[in-house]
Design a protein around this ligand. Structure first.
Ligand code: SF4
Ligand code: SF4
Length: 379
């Protein structure tokens, strides 16, 4: 309403994460059609429930879904639709959450070169927003009348526990789909039933008050065991027996979501990589040293002492990135050379790649790989 007073022919961008309430989708579509506004409904092709099997449920401090279901699709849309840049006017407000308390009037989107974001109502209170809507003869999203305080994705971990109880009554099918996913996941991770029923799943690292409460009821909060159990790295180090070079021999156990040929291809972003299919191995040559990576998880690195550790870390990150790629597409936009494409996981065009490493920025799979490596004492 506000933006239209400035520019009558604005276009509306709605990122439909696939986890929106049906009422929200209907509300947005009706609003735009009533006002004859051009609506771009942006949808990604990432299947949230498939991704959640790999990453576990999102949490307040671990919102991988924002990248796969929101930022990724939006980045692709904006880059395709407005290649010369654009200005978006957003309704985010500083009172919404601690994270949003530092919103500026004008910001650049770090993931989308050329996007400038304006937040004209950042200092408004919720009441002021509601009054403004009614004052202009409009109606808000009907879910506000049903005691929802903030309306985003229906399973958002940032929602209050009371809102999940509300969801159970207002949208029993949505509630039971998520609830049964959470219980399957907690069973696989040997967690207490109350971990789900009392809402502990909504954090990855629990705040002190929540930890205290769990302790007082004897609830163990050690989670994410499944992922850690699935990934392990053992390494032995020392001088190479047949020379003076330092070598590291390691064995990585990791999820096998994609064939080894994808790993061999991705190693090419670290240097010159050659896939020896008969040997089931990829040979990698970089300016730091050499590595041989076998399909069975065996990795051999030969280089100077520090360089060997660094190269091992990079190789492991690439392997995990291939296996845990969410296909969010953020790396496609970060690679100015157009060297990445997406199939079942990301694919590198060796002719174009110059090993700059920029595609690693903002990649959820790399962030996750780093945390796991740190957790198992290898990062
Ligand atoms: S490799 Fe690319 S597409 Fe895959 S998760 Fe990382 S940024 Fe997203
Ligand atoms: S960003 Fe750099 S390292 Fe990544 S694919 Fe593109 S050229 Fe290669």
């Amino acid at each position: 309403i506000l933006a239209r007073k400035l520019m009558p022919r604005i276009e509306v961008l709605f990122i439909n994460t696939g986890l929106e309430f049906p009422e929200t989708v209907e509300y947005v579509q009706k609003l735009c059609s009533d006002h004859k506004l051009r609506l771009h409904e942006i949808r990604g092709d990432s299947d949230f429930f498939e991704q959640a099997k790999i990453f576990g449920p999102p949490a307040k401090d671990y919102r991988w879904c924002c990248k796969t279901n929101k930022l990724g699709p939006m980045t692709s849309f904006l880059a395709g639709q407005y290649p010369r840049g654009c200005v978006t006017i957003e309704g985010r407000r500083v009172y919404e959450s601690f994270n949003r308390s530092s919103i500026k009037a004008v910001e650049r989107n770090p993931y989308v070169p050329g996007q400038t974001m304006l937040s004209p109502i950042r200092n408004w209170r919720a009441l002021e927003v509601m009054l403004y809507i009614h004052w202009n003869g409009e109606l808000p999203n009907p879910l506000y009348d049903e005691d929802y305080e903030r309306i985003g994705c229906w399973l958002c971990p940032a929602s209050m526990q009371s809102e999940f109880s509300r969801l159970k009554e207002s949208h029993p099918n949505l509630y039971s789909r998520w609830n049964s996913f959470l219980h399957d996941w907690r069973q696989k991770n040997d967690l207490d039933e109350r971990y789900v029923d009392w809402g502990f799943w909504r954090w990855r690292r629990h705040p002190p008050k929540i930890t205290e409460m769990a302790d007082s009821y004897g609830i163990c909060l050690a989670s994410w065991g499944g992922m850690k159990k699935e990934i392990s790295l053992q390494a032995v180090r020392g001088r190479s027996p047949c020379g003076l070079e330092y070598s590291v021999e390691a064995v990585l156990t990791s999820p096998q979501n994609h064939p080894f040929s994808n790993v061999a291809n991705a190693l090419g972003m670290l240097g010159e990589a050659k896939y020896e299919e008969d040997m089931g191995a990829a040979l990698l040559k970089t300016d730091k040293g050499r590595a041989t990576v076998f399909a069975n998880g065996h990795i051999m690195v030969i280089a100077g002492k520090e360089e060997a550790e660094e190269l091992l870390q990079k190789v492991v990150e690439v392997i995990l990135r291939v296996q845990m790629c969410t296909k969010c597409g953020i790396c496609l936009k970060n690679c100015r050379r157009g060297a990445i494409s997406l199939e079942n996981t990301f694919i590198v065009d060796h002719e174009r790649c110059n090993h700059c490493g920029k595609c690693a920025q903002g990649c959820i799979a790399i962030d996750e790989a780093k945390k796991i490596l740190k957790g198992i004492g290898a990062g």
